[in-house]
Design a protein around this ligand. Structure first.
Ligand SMILES: NC(=O)c1ccc[n+]([C@@H]2O[C@H](COP(=O)([O-])OP(=O)(O)OC[C@H]3O[C@@H](n4cnc5c(N)ncnc54)[C@H](O)[C@@H]3O)[C@@H](O)[C@H]2O)c1
Ligand SMILES: C[C@@H](O)[C@H](N)C(=O)O
Length: 374
């Protein structure tokens, strides 16, 4: 206890002596003083293992079997080698995923299990994807609170204790009806009305706090709605923009659960995953902030339908509005200001609406041709 008390004193002094805005990390980082939020003992030698000791980072992705994780694992494995990227989840992987590289069971609510994985595999980067998204979260608030908030606490402590570089995605959903919506800057009022949004603001603030307080290398991007062809979304408000492609190809009809003029920021998955890798690789001194908006395009269901109808004129779109999703969408940004990401670490998207639609249709066209050939 006396040790902890004197460390707290040092930390307090360091906090008070931080110049100006207090943006500089404390020099008494978790790793260097062997004191952490979970009180790891000072002889824990794994604290000295750092990223620079290895040629490549050793990456763990939590919640990796959702819409984004498998694609990210593929991209990171291409860059760092197949065995340096471990996918994890509480679900059973498909045979394809299981055979494409290391997969491990990990429940983020089980702190000891997480720690064992990090230690045994000498993990240096942690990409934390586990979450309940906006619509699913509203349907199960207690579980969303547990996974998105308690789970995040486990992740933060593990990352701080083991000197990991930590990526946690945030979302357009971290803003609310009182935020400026067109465009939404990085720094503004954030009063979201969903448990998902509340948990993501919490993640942003806790990550930044651990960064300043303990020197945790926390990096966070606020993703727009992500559109992908070969993975399905996990229960969000922007899901319609993926479903429309599946239904258009299958039946030529789509019933949209948002109003035709609901404008939301969106991004093609390749841009999102590349941004994630780029911010993780960015030199720390280029990051003037630890949480950035990233953006690519913004459209309404009507505009997306019209773009699709240029190639599929027979597509019929009708509307049956889901009041829960509509209320969420009406409280979210319409356009996202990502000028800080563009300035600091050179963020640049590749896909606008026409390229997105063409790429999605090419994917489904190729899939249909393959199915016919088999
Ligand atoms: N997809 C998007 O449009 C989007 C947009 C903004 C932010 N994000 C964020 O990106 C991350 C990944 O999103 P996604 O679309 O792949 O989500 P998803 O819902 O598709 O997948 C989440 C995964 O988390 C897993 N999970 C749930 N409880 C868990 C637990 N206790 N332990 C471990 N894993 C658990 C689920 O099994 C699931 O595979 C999330 O944090 C999400 O908030 C996604
Ligand atoms: C935007 C995002 O966080 C997610 N796709 C959702 O709609 O919940």
């Amino acid at each position: 206890m006396p040790v902890i008390r004197s460390l707290s004193k040092v930390a307090k002094q360091a906090l008070l002596s931080t110049p100006g805005c207090g943006c500089q990390p404390l020099t008494v980082a978790v790793r260097s003083i062997s004191f952490s939020p979970r009180q790891v003992t000072s002889d824990a030698s794994f604290h000295s293992v750092s990223f620079s000791e290895t040629d490549h980072p050793k990456v763990l992705i939590t919640g990796g079997l959702g819409q984004l994780g498998v694609g990210l694992a593929k991209l990171l494995r291409k860059r760092f080698g197949k065995n340096n990227v471990i996918l994890s989840d509480i679900r059973k992987p498909s045979s394809n995923v299981y055979h494409s590289g290391p997969f491990i069971y990990s429940d983020i609510l089980d702190y000891k299990n997480l720690r064992e994985i990090v230690v045994n595999n000498r993990i240096t980067w942690l990409v934390h994807y586990s979450a309940l998204l906006s619509a699913v979260g509203e349907a199960n608030v207690a579980l969303a609170r547990s996974v998105n908030i308690t789970g995040l606490h486990n992740i933060l402590d593990i990352a701080a204790e083991h000197g990991l570089r930590l990526f946690v995605p945030s979302t357009i959903g971290a803003f609310g009806p009182t935020s400026p919506r067109n465009p939404t800057p990085d720094l503004c009022v954030q009063r979201p009305r969903t448990i998902y949004g509340v948990s993501k603001v919490h993640a942003e603030l806790m990550g930044e706090y651990y960064h300043h307080r303990y020197g945790l290398d926390f990096r966070c991007l606020r993703y727009p709605g992500i559109i992908s062809a070969d993975s399905m979304p996990g229960g969000g408000t922007t899901d319609y923009a993926v479903q429309i492609f599946h239904d258009a190809i299958k039946s030529g009809k789509f019933e949209c659960n948002l109003k035709p003029d609901t404008r939301l920021p969106m991004m093609y998955i390749d841009d999102c995953l590349r941004a994630t890798l780029e911010v993780m690789e960015a030199p720390a001194d280029t990051l003037s902030m630890r949480t950035y908006n990233i953006n690519a395009m913004s459209f309404t269901p009507e505009e997306l339908s019209q773009e699709l109808q240029k190639q599929m004129p027979e597509l019929e779109v009708t509307y049956d509005v889901d009041p829960v999703r509509q209320a969420i969408a009406d409280s979210w940004p319409m356009n996202f200001d990502d000028s800080n990401a563009r300035r600091d670490w050179g963020w640049k998207h590749d896909y606008d609406l026409p390229e997105l639609v063409q790429t999605m249709l090419n994917f489904f066209g190729a899939e249909t041709r393959m199915a016919r050939a088999n």
